[in-house]
Design a protein around this ligand. Structure first.
Ligand code: IVH
Length: 675
C-alpha cells in the first residue's frame, strides 16, 4: 500500500467506515446494494490494510469487526428481535489462492493432529438460523446484527424445503441449524416478470429477492415466492458429532435440506481442486452462488481455533472473480451527495454482464478517473462482483478513438453552480455551499428522516415535493408543517398526511443519540453520536465542550472535534438546536437509559474468568447493564464463558466439555455493541 500521512489515513478510515456502513445498510436492510460485492470487498480490504498500519484508529465499531445488520425495525414491520444464542458471524474471504494456503498454514501451526476440510458451495441468499426443540421447528431468526435477529418464523414455515417436524434417530433435545434461504433463478425470473406486469420495480438479483421476500409482512404472499433453503452449520450443547460433515449427514437423515454438492477434502490441494472444478461448473446450477466455503471438518479443532470478532478462524470463503465486459463510455454525470461530495458516474453503451444489462458504473472520484486516464469514447472494462452496480477497472487503449477527449471534471457544483473545493488529503471534491445548495439541503432532510435517525415517513419523493413547494429549508421546518400544507402535495390524501404527522410526533421521543446523528454533522456517524451522547449526556454539554475535552473522548480525533465545534458555533447550527428543542426533541440522555444500556443479554447467565481491559467489577456491571446475570461457576445454565487474559483452565475445560461458547472480550464488546 502506498505511503499515507496519519491525518490522511484517519480521514480515509473515517470515510471507508461510513461508506461500508452505508453499503451494509443498502445490502442488508434496503435489499438494494449500490455497489458490487467485489467493490465492497476491495473497500473492506483497504480499510483492513489502513487499520493494520494505524492500529490507533482501529476502533471496535469498525465494519471490519462486525457483520452488516439486516434488522428491519422499519415502520410497519413487526418482527420481534430475538438475541442469538451464539453470535451469528460472517466469513473471511479471499480472491487469491495464496491466501488459501496461508489459511491452511495458520491451521497447521495451531495443531499437531491430522485435519481435513469440508468444501461447500457458497449459496448467494440470505442467512437463516433455525432452532429445533424436541424435533419441532421452534424459531427462525435472520442474522440481524449478529447478536440479535428478526424473528421470521411465521414466514419461514411457508418455505416447503424447511420441515416443521423432524423424523429419525438421535435428534437432539434442542439444536440450531444455520443456512441460507435463496431464490432459484426460475422463481426469480417468474417473480420479476410478474412485477414488471404489475409495474413494480424488479429485484436486482435473486439474493435481494430472497431477502426481501423473507421480510414480507404477509406470509401468504411469501408462499408464492418459490424460496428454497440449504443448511450448512449445526450448533448446540453436547452434540455427539466429531466432524462437521457427520453433523450435516445426521441433519440430512432427519429431513433437513443439506447441500448435495459438498465434498470432503483430505488437504488444501484437494480443496483448491474443488474450487477449480466449480469455477465454470457453477454456471450450470439453477441458483446463484458467489464462491466456495472451505471449513475445517474436525469439530475439536474448530473449537480450538475459535473466532475473531467477525468470523470463524476455521473457515474461509473463496469468492469467484467477477466477470468482465468491454463497452464504450458515452458520457460522465456528476452527482452531488448530502455532504456536498461530488461522485462521477459513467454512462455506458448497454452491455450484457453476468446475465443483466449494464448501463452505468461508478467512477468514485477525480483521482480514479485520472488513474484510469479515461476518455469519452474509450472502450472500458466493466466488472461485477455481486451482480449489481459495476465498476470500471480499466481502459482498452488499443481501441481509443483518435479524437477522444478527457471528460472535464466540473469546477462548479452541477446543482447550484458554486465553485467546488477539494480538501487537502481528500480524494473528493465538495460543493461548499452547505446552506443553500438544493441537493445538499434535500440530502440533509433525507438523512434526518432516515430509519436510524428520526424515522420520519419522508423518502426522496416527499422531501423533493416539500422542498419544491418551499415548505422546508432547514431541518426544524419539518415540525412546523401543517396538515393543509401536506394535503396540498400532489397525490397526498388526509390519510397520508396523518401518517406523516404521526411519525413526526413519534420522532419527538427518539433518543438523544439518534437526534445527534440525525443532525448530519460531518464525521458524526451513528457510533460517534452514541459515544458523544453517552459521554456528554446532553446537547448543551456537547456544545459547550472545548476541543481538548472532545478529543479526550474515545475515538474522537482532531478532525471530528473540529467538525463538531464548527457545527455548534455556526449560526445555522445554533438556530437548528434552538428550534428543534422548541419542537420538543430529546436533547439529553434519558435517565433510565443511563442505567440500562440494553437488553441484549436479557435471560443470559455469564461466567467471567481472567483479566480484562477493565476491572472485573466493571465487567460485571457491564453485563448487568445489558440485562445479563453474573455467575461464579460454569454449568449447563451458562450462556457464555467470557474469557479474558489468563482465564482459569478449569473453567475453560468445563465450558468446552459442556459445549458452552467461549467469548473473548472483543467478541463480547461486539455482542453488546460497545465501541
Ligand atoms: S458457513 C460462522 N457455509 O456466506 C459462519 N456460509 O459471506 C458460518 N454462506 O454468513 C457460515 N453458503 O450467510 C457457510 N456453505 C456455506 C455458505 C455460507 C453461503 C453465507 C452465509 C455467511 C456468508 C458469509
Amino acid at each position: 500500500m502506498a505511503k499515507i500521512s496519519k491525518a490522511a489515513a484517519k480521514e480515509r478510515i473515517d470515510f471507508l467506515k461510513k461508506e461500508l456502513e452505508q453499503q451494509n445498510y443498502n445490502y442488508y436492510v434496503r435489499n438494494e446494494p449500490a455497489i458490487s460485492d467485489f467493490e465492497f470487498d476491495l473497500l473492506m480490504s483497504e480499510l483492513q490494510g489502513l487499520e493494520h498500519m494505524f492500529p490507533e484508529f482501529a476502533t471496535e465499531d469498525s465494519p471490519t469487526r462486525h457483520v452488516g445488520s439486516d434488522l428491519s425495525g422499519q415502520a410497519g414491520s413487526d418482527f420481534a428481535q430475538v438475541p442469538h444464542r451464539y453470535p451469528m458471524l460472517s466469513l473471511g474471504n479471499t480472491y487469491a489462492k495464496e491466501e488459501l494456503y496461508e489459511f491452511d498454514n495458520r491451521i497447521r501451526k495451531a495443531t499437531d493432529a491430522p485435519y481435513s476440510f469440508s468444501c461447500e458451495l457458497k449459496f448467494d441468499g440470505t442467512a437463516i438460523c433455525l432452532t429445533y426443540r424436541q424435533g419441532r421447528l421452534l424459531r427462525a431468526l435472520t442474522r440481524g446484527d449478529g447478536a440479535k435477529g428478526d424473528d421470521v418464523t411465521r414466514n419461514v414455515v411457508n418455505i416447503p424445503a424447511i420441515p416443521r417436524v423432524l423424523h429419525g434417530e438421535g435428534i437432539p433435545e434442542e439444536f440450531e441449524i444455520r443456512g441460507e434461504i435463496y431464490m432459484p433463478f426460475a422463481a426469480f425470473d417468474r417473480l420479476n416478470t410478474e412485477r414488471a406486469e404489475a409495474e413494480l420495480e424488479p429485484f436486482a438479483n435473486p439474493r435481494n429477492a430472497a431477502s426481501g421476500s423473507l421480510k414480507l409482512q404477509n406470509p401468504a404472499e411469501m408462499r408464492t415466492r418459490g424460496l428454497d433453503c440449504v443448511l450448512y452449520h449445526v450448533l448446540g450443547e453436547n452434540l455427539p458429532f466429531k466432524t462437521h460433515i457427520e453433523a450435516l449427514e445426521a441433519a440430512r437423515s432427519w429431513g433437513l435440506p443439506v447441500s448435495e454438492y459438498s465434498r470432503h477434502a483430505a488437504n488444501i490441494d484437494e480443496a483448491v481442486a474443488y474450487i477449480d472444478a466449480w469455477d465454470t461448473r457453477r454456471k450450470t446450477l439453477p441458483f446463484a452462488t458467489d464462491g466456495i466455503v472451505i471449513k475445517v471438518n474436525e469439530l475439536d479443532l474448530q473449537r480450538q481455533l475459535g473466532f475473531t470478532a467477525k468470523s470463524p478462524r476455521w473457515a474461509t470463503a473463496w469468492k469467484f472473480k467477477p466477470e468482465q465486459a468491454l463497452t464504450p463510455l458515452l458520457s460522465v454525470d456528476y452527482q452531488v451527495g448530502r455532504t456536498g461530495a461530488v461522485t462521477p458516474v459513467a454512462n455506458l453503451e448497454p452491455v450484457l454482464l453476468s446475465g443483466t444489462v449494464v448501463k452505468r458504473a461508478s467512477l468514485h472520484n477525480k483521482d480514479q478517473m485520472d488513474l484510469l486516464d479515461i476518455h469519452i469514447g474509450d472502450y472500458v472494462y466493466v466488472e461485477k462482483g455481486g451482480e449489481i452496480i459495476p465498476k470500471i477497472t480499466g481502459v482498452e487503449l488499443s481501441k481509443r478513438p483518435e479524437d477522444a477527449l478527457r471528460p472535464e471534471f466540473p469546477v462548479c457544483c452541477p446543482d447550484c453552480g458554486t465553485p467546488l473545493v477539494r480538501d487537502e488529503d481528500e480524494a473528493r471534491h465538495y460543493c461548499p455551499n452547505r446552506e443553500s445548495c438544493p441537493v445538499q439541503i434535500k440530502g440533509r432532510f433525507i438523512h434526518f428522516a432516515g430509519r436510524k435517525a428520526m424515522d420520519i415517513l419522508a423518502g426522496d419523493a416527499t422531501v423533493e415535493a416539500l422542498y419544491n413547494k418551499g415548505f422546508i429549508h432547514t431541518l426544524p421546518d419539518l415540525y412546523t408543517l401543517t396538515r393543509e400544507q401536506l394535503v396540498s402535495l400532489e397525490g397526498w390524501q388526509e390519510k397520508s398526511a396523518d401518517n406523516f404527522l404521526a411519525s413526526l410526533e413519534a420522532s419527538r421521543k427518539v433518543p438523544f443519540e439518534r437526534v445527534l446523528y440525525a443532525l448530519g454533522i460531518r464525521h458524526v456517524g451513528e457510533q460517534t453520536a452514541k459515544t458523544l451522547a453517552r459521554h456528554f449526556g446532553s446537547i448543551d454539554a456537547l456544545a459547550a465542550a472545548t476541543r481538548e475535552e472532545l478529543i479526550q473522548v474515545e475515538d474522537i480525533g482532531g478532525i471530528v472535534a473540529d467538525s463538531i465545534q464548527a457545527w455548534f458555533t455556526s449560526d445555522a447550527g445554533r438556530e437548528t438546536v434552538r428550534r428543534l428543542r422548541e419542537a420538543g426533541l430529546q436533547m439529553s440522555v434519558a435517565d433510565d437509559a443511563r442505567q440500562r444500556l440494553s437488553e441484549t443479554l436479557a435471560g443470559k447467565t455469564i461466567v467471567i474468568s481472567g483479566n480484562f481491559s477493565i476491572s472485573r467489577e466493571a465487567m460485571k456491571e457491564l453485563i448487568e447493564a445489558h440485562g445479563g446475570k453474573n455467575a461464579g461457576s460454569v454449568s449447563g445454565k451458562t450462556a457464555w464463558l467470557l474469557a479474558g487474559e489468563k482465564a482459569g483452565p478449569e473453567k475453560l475445560k468445563k465450558a468446552e466439555k459442556l459445549g458452552i461458547p467461549i467469548l473473548s472480550e472483543t467478541a463480547f464488546n461486539h455482542l453488546i455493541g460497545k465501541e
